[in-house]
Design a protein around this ligand. Sequence first.
Ligand code: NAG
Length: 283
Amino acid sequence: MLPRLCLVAALLAVALSQQSGFPSRFGQRFNSGRFQSRPRDRFGRPITTTTTTTTTTTTTPAEKTSEGTLLVPPIPAKCAVRPKHWKLGNHWYFFTADEPEFQELDEKTQETVGKRYDWLDARNVCRKYCMDSVSIESEEEWNMVKNNVSSRDIVYIWSSGRLCDFKGCETREDLKPLNLLGWFWSGTNVKLSTTDKTPPGWREQPWSQTGHLKKPQPDNAEFGINRTPESCLGILNGIYNDGVSFHDIACYHKKPVICEDSKVLLDYARAVSARDNLGLNIE
Ligand SMILES: *[C@@H]1O[C@H](CO)[C@@H](O)[C@H](O)[C@H]1NC(C)=O
């Protein structure tokens, strides 16, 4: 029994140490949200109109959700029946707005819409299912997400991308300067490549070359307005007439999210299921 308990404890430590992601050593995987002022339709579309990486381990900040909670551990029974809408490689994905559990009635239009979450809540929505907000570590994955967002006319989603600007990051010399090298995918702790260049081996730069300030992203624009840093990576669909692209956005903004399988969380849930004889089939 003891070894199993230890295994579960170790897996839990890993699962929870992923908090917002990073800091611990060098690694390579990394990444982070924007304000909307235009009126939106049920998918959050404006009504008027129509990376790359390296690996790391770090512990994330004690970030609080709106309910004052931190990252949640996965719920094994939910992991066993998690939504599996499509697959790339060996990871399942789903878009929260496609699941009844994450829909709500829009009071104004009386239409069913996808609920929106701040960046950390979005991760927690996914994490209960042994998933996390999508991490985009390859151009293939980027093309998939881009096609998803544009073909469905989704106006924005959260990714797991986060700027390493919290406690513990300041000792990571490899992340400086922060605006260029400080981004990572918190779902996998993989660092993004430098934000000012097309990721090695990619054909295009996923970061938008424009935004609120008409400057390339990330631009930390909201900080200049209200002192809120744009520490989270959102994928916006043409809000600045810039196609589907990465933007740094303040983490409190609310968006739906694409969830992606998390190997760490799935392994943890499988170990818990084995330890507690839950008999779950977590595939
Ligand atoms: C995303 O793209 C994949 C691969 O083309 C597809 O199978 C899936 O249905 C798409 N999902 C959404 C929400 O558009």
